[in-house]
Design a protein around this ligand. Sequence first.
Ligand code: AMP
Ligand code: DBH
Length: 548
Amino acid sequence: MKNKINSEEIDFTPWNNADCQLYKEQGLWINKTLDQIITQGEEKYTDKIAVIDANKSWTYKEINNNAKKLATGFKELGIEENDKVIVQLPNIGEYFEIIFALFKIGAIPVYALPAHRNIEIEQFCKISKAKSYIIAEKSAGFDYRNLARKIKSSCALENIIVCGDAEEFISLDSLYRAPIKKAYENSTSVALLQLSGGTTNIPKLIPRTHDDYYYSVRESVKICELNVNSVFLAVLPIAHNFTHSSPGVLGALYAGSTIVLAENGSADLAFELIEKHKVTLTSLVPPLAMIWLSYAKATTKDLSSLSLIQVGGAKFSAEAAKKIKPVFKCQLQQVFGMAEGLINYTRLDDPDEIIFNTQGRPMSPYDEIKVIDKNGLEVADGFPGELLTRGPYTIKGYFRANEHNNNAFTSDGFYRTGDIVCKNKEGYIIVEGRVKDQINRGGEKVSAEEVENLLLSHASIQDVAIVAMPDKLMGERSCAFILLSNNAEKKPGIGDIRHFLENKGLAEYKLPDRIEYTNNFPMTSFGKINKQSLRSIITEKTKTAELA
Ligand code: AMP
Ligand code: DBH
């Protein structure tokens, strides 16, 4: 049964014993929990500023001390080892106190994004059985306490913890107690649950262990050359795997750098912060990089401190890639990663041609990759096929998703990425497209099936298929092809459709950007809706509209 989550579902699929031993012997897995990032940070960089947000700054010592105090507060609330805690926060400094406090007691944060609404949060609660939910009172005009009120009963939440004015909920401020003395130590256990963009209507939770995630962070720091002089500007949500770990905020803390948190990605705010804090690197999704490129030409702000801009999450075109260096006078790094594990980077000293035209190569010499055709056979270099991977920081299974895992992983432990790529003979990867039924909206992944299922509950809709349509800025946007039911009184407009989904509690980025009415869908020979032809139809239409 598709949606059933039962107690026999596996939380975590381990690597085989021989691989575990190899990764330990080779010093990839170092037997430390992620908490070590901040305890070591306190020892080495004590009074150095670790984090600056819109209101405050924190030293390394302050973050660790506050995390120790919160750890005790969380324990007193009844949060225990292996308990899941949904963390949904904007880019604020308290985020670090909270996640390190959770690591210290062996509780497991589920990394929700600020854009998620009740549908998503309810799903995370249901799958993870989280009893605690941590939010900020408000951000970007949205009141998260109202969201908490909406889901409280359906989710059986016992603790709703609010950073800021808690109203009837538990105030984060009230939870700072005497510092905890001994921290959780089992590095082989699951540290956190990341989210996958999802290719089915059930979101996937990604169990990452302390050992594997810490390795991914350290290796990323090495490749991106972060150090105590680096200043990392986080403009994307910090819980996202890219901003979190590639090398992201955890990498910055590991390297003794300073993190500057922006509340959003607007070029105005970011450029101001870059000048003010002498930011050296940042990570962007392609649409943001395009906006920054257009604003940078006219800015009066001094951006000369920037030495590296990372772009990833969706395909960055070679044309746009070529503009980064001349405009920002800094290096570009393409990053092709996934919360399931594998991260590919172009290297800082790669020739321009590689940096412009490829999405990098695997981060670790222990990453194994295969590019296969429809029959599962490896294709020759330079030919497209689906990318499969396994290695020291790529998961072997999603959290409580046995049935899906049978399809998403091969019997010998490779993750089927669903990405169509070409690998060149030097091992660099060029992303060509996807086999996944997913829209990559400027780095934010939308599962077509999830939105289709919701639309099918609309009284006027008989059938619907959502596909990606090309978009200059976002790379892709979503188009819903709709077949009206016989008794439909009127054609709902795009506004009605978006409103309908919003009322259901769907995150805004998942709402269709366009609708097209159809009387009959193109079908495959198996009688399935032929999404490939729908994509061609809408691509042609958008091209014709551009020419008109
Ligand atoms: P997720 O599994 O939700 O973490 O999303 C990861 C997916 O994002 C990858 O499998 C790719 O489809 C896509 N992706 C990430 N980075 C890039 C990139 N640089 N170029 C093209 N696609 C990317
Ligand atoms: O898209 C992603 O999920 C992603 C992109 C770049 C990622 O998880 C990462 C780097 O770590």
